[in-house]
Design a protein around this ligand. Structure first.
Ligand code: ZN
Length: 361
């Protein structure tokens, strides 16, 4: 089973008008996404949590750090009949989730393989809350000067996983770093990581330009952005308050889950306080490709069809828990940087939404 993948191509080119068009076309979906996040923030919070206050902070931050993104978000809000703060809360959902609970979930596995003389292979599982299963689309964004951005993203959010017409792909993995707790305590919402992804997709023509854009942003939620380009380069940038740390492919393979791998980030990594899944997933994928680097997305998806009680690469919800907190692989995305294309399928690598997996004791 699984949802149908919606694809939408914007027909207007300025940020505000583009936002209005999307907001009008998907007003119900954007409103549902805003409501789902409000429920999620309140459910994961460790104590009383003021969603409106954090939404205000997110909107203030976005206007300051990314004014062009703010215009587009204001347009989406206008088109959908919502406030800019509500749409800002979706764009800063990672930052707000971390503010509500600094050691929430880990999510997502990413593989990049760089076979000599062939198209780079880049695949990511997007693991997130089951409640958001119908909350995403493929969005094609043409710019006035001919640049084109393709992204798999949530309704109202300006970008997530994507590729641009210059052959640069972006993937995301959430991280957790002790220094984020200090940033959150000050009430700060940093540059939302999803908007950094959009900036890279809008402006980068190579992985090195992508690294430059990402490294200049001041974040409040630790994240790894992994970049791959059509010249066969790949690099993962681990963003955290005193970062970044850079991770490059080893023998043409880069595997990334939810713990810091760079020397700069490793000491402050909080992943082990959340669980062992991130280590198990990365070890499994490294083992799977130890003797042979994958040359196709299909090979990576086959290796990602991996289930374990403690959290394999292909994730399914533990149904004994509160459905608001059900967590699984919502989509599997392959990026073809030469064709500038995204190949997206709903659900995890195994193609199922539900699977009976025993919850670990
Ligand atoms: Zn599965």
């Amino acid at each position: 089973m699984g949802t149908v993948t919606i694809t939408f191509t914007s027909s207007v080119l300025s940020p505000h008008a583009r936002g209005v068009e999307l907001g009008k076309r998907f007003g119900d979906e954007v409103a549902a996404t805003v409501a789902s996040y409000r429920r999620l923030f309140e459910t994961v919070a460790l104590g009383p949590f003021d969603v409106d206050l954090w939404s205000d902070r997110a909107w203030t931050s976005i206007q300051r750090v990314a004014p062009q993104n703010a215009e587009e978000i204001a347009g989406i809000a206008e088109g959908a009949g919502l406030s800019a703060e509500q749409v800002a809360s979706v764009n800063a959902r990672t930052e707000i989730v971390v503010a509500a609970n600094p050691t929430g979930r880990t999510e997502c596995s990413t593989v990049v393989s760089l076979p000599p003389g062939r198209t780079p292979v880049a695949v990511q599982t997007w693991d997130w809350y089951d409640a958001m299963s119908d909350g995403w689309l493929c969005w094609v964004i043409p710019h006035p000067d001919g640049r084109v951005v393709r992204t798999v993203t949530e309704f109202g959010m300006l970008a997530k996983i994507g590729v641009n017409d210059r052959g640069v792909g972006v993937m995301l993995n959430m991280l957790h770093h002790r220094d984020n707790a200090a940033a959150v305590a000050t009430g700060e919402v940093g540059h939302p990581v999803h908007l950094i992804s959009r900036s890279v997709l809008d402006d980068a023509a190579s992985t090195s330009q992508a690294v430059e854009i990402a490294s200049g942003a001041r974040t409040s939620a630790a994240t790894a952005l992994t970049f791959v380009d059509d010249r066969g380069d790949a690099v993962s940038v681990e963003l955290f308050p005193n970062g970044p740390g850079l991770v490059r492919a080893t023998d043409r393979l880069l595997v990334r889950t939810n713990h810091f791998v760079s020397d700069e980030g490793r000491d402050g990594c909080l992943a082990s306080t959340i669980g062992v899944s991130t280590e198990l997933r990365r070890d499994h994928l490294l083992d799977a490709f130890a003797g042979h680097r994958p040359t196709s997305a299909e090979e990576v998806v086959a290796a990602m069809t991996h289930h374990l009680p403690d959290g394999g690469v292909c994730r399914h919800p533990f149904t004994g828990t509160d459905p608001v907190l059900w967590h699984r692989t919502l989509a599997t995305v392959a990026i073809d940087v030469r064709a500038r294309a995204l190949h997206v399928r709903p659900d995890g690598p195994c193609g199922h939404r539900m699977l009976t997996v025993e919850q670990p004791a």
